[in-house]
Design a protein around this ligand. Structure first.
Ligand code: NAD
Length: 280
C-alpha cells in the first residue's frame, strides 16, 4: 500500500507556479472574501493567503461582518470585477444563511471565477473544454497522475453528487476514460457498487462513510471528506486504518486531497492573470 502524499504533490505544483511567476515578473492577484467568523472558513482562507505568498501572488482579504447585506457583498464583488490588480475572486463558502450564494457566485466575472463555481464554468467542465479547473476534482486528478495511476478503462466510483466535488469529479474521471458510477445518499447497494471500484472517491462528509468491506483488494481510495471527530481532530470519510490494509493507494486526511485544492486554485489564478493580461 502506498500512502499518497498531497503535501509533496501540492508543493511541486506550487513550486512550478512560483518559478513561472518569478521568472516572468508576473503579478497575479487573488481577492478572498470571507463573511462571518466560521472557524473552518477562517482556516481555509488563511491557507489560501499563505499559498498566495508562497507563489509570489498579490492577495487581498476582505473579512466582512456576519450581518453584511446581499447588496454590500455584491457591490464588493462588482468593485473587484473592475480592479485590474485582481485576477481571481473567491468568496469562501458557506455564506451566512441570509445571503444568496448562487447570486454571489454568478456576480463574479467569469474571467475571475477561479473557483470555477459559476454555471458557465460548471457547464464547460461537462463538455471538457474549460479554462478554470474545478479545484478539488482537478487536485485529485493531479494526485493520480503524479503516482502514475492509470485511469483509462478503470471502474471509478464517486460517492457524493455535489456541484463542487462529486459531479465535476465524475466528469474529470470520465474525460480520462474511466467508466464512472456516481453514487449518493439514495443509492441502493452502495457497498456492492463500491466493491466494483478500481478507483473509489469519497466526497460525502461523514466519518466512516467508507469501511473496509466496501473496498476491493488493490483499489485506489481517494478521501475528499473533511470532518471533525469527537476529539475535534480532522478526519476523512474513509476508515483509514482498516481500508489501508486493502487499498493499493490511499490518501490520508489531513495531507491528501486538501492541499491539492489550494494548489489548483493558485494554478487557476495564474491562468486568469495570463488571460487577463493577454499573455500566451
Ligand atoms: P455536500 O454535502 O454538498 O455533498 C455530500 C454528498 O454526499 C451528497 O451528494 C449526498 O448525496 C452524499 N451522501 C450523503 N450521505 C450519503 C451516504 N450515506 N451514502 C452515500 N452518499 C451520501 O458536500 P461537498 O461540498 O461535496 O463536500 C463533501 C465532503 O468533502 C465534505 O466533507 C467537505 O468538507 C469535503 N470537501 C473537501 C475539500 C478538500 O479540499 N479536501 C473540498 C471541498 C469539500
Amino acid at each position: 500500500m502506498t500512502e499518497i502524499n498531497g503535501k509533496i504533490v501540492s508543493a511541486a505544483l506550487k513550486d512550478k507556479i512560483a518559478q513561472e511567476v518569478k521568472e516572468n515578473g508576473y503579478t497575479p492577484g487573488l481577492a478572498v472574501i470571507i463573511v462571518g467568523d466560521d472557524p473552518a472558513s477562517r482556516v481555509y482562507v488563511n491557507n489560501k493567503k499563505k499559498a498566495c505568498a508562497y507563489c509570489g501572488f498579490y492577495s487581498e482579504e476582505y473579512a466582512l461582518a456576519a450581518d453584511t447585506t446581499q447588496q454590500e457583498l455584491i457591490a464588493l464583488v462588482e468593485k473587484l470585477n473592475q480592479d485590474d490588480r485582481i485576477d481571481g475572486i473567491l468568496c469562501q463558502l458557506p455564506l451566512p444563511a441570509h445571503l444568496d450564494e448562487k447570486a454571489v457566485i454568478e456576480a463574479i466575472s467569469p474571467a475571475k471565477d477561479v473557483d470555477a463555481f459559476c454555471e458557465a464554468d460548471v457547464g464547460k467542465v461537462m463538455i471538457g473544454n474549460y479554462t478554470f479547473s474545478p479545484c478539488t476534482p482537478a487536485g485529485v486528478m493531479e494526485l493520480l497522475q503524479y503516482y502514475n495511476i492509470d485511469v483509462s478503462g478503470k471502474n471509478a466510483v464517486v460517492i457524493g453528487r455535489s456541484n463542487i466535488v462529486g459531479k465535476p469529479m465524475a466528469m474529470l474521471l470520465l474525460h480520462a476514460d474511466a467508466t464512472v458510477t456516481l453514487c449518493h445518499s439514495k443509492t441502493k447497494n452502495l457497498k456492492e457498487i463500491c466493491r466494483s471500484a478500481d478507483i473509489l472517491v469519497s466526497a460525502v462528509g461523514k466519518i466512516d462513510a467508507v469501511t473496509a468491506d466496501m473496498v476491493k483488494d488493490g483499489a485506489v481510495v481517494i478521501d475528499v471528506g473533511i470532518n471533525r471527530n469527537a476529539q475535534g481532530k480532522l478526519q476523512g470519510d474513509v476508515d483509514f486504518e482498516s481500508v489501508k490494509q486493502k487499498a493499493s493507494y490511499i490518501t490520508p486526511v489531513p495531507g491528501g486531497v486538501g492541499p491539492m485544492t489550494i494548489a489548483v486554485l493558485m494554478q487557476n489564478t495564474l491562468t486568469a492573470y495570463k488571460a487577463n493580461k493577454k499573455i500566451k
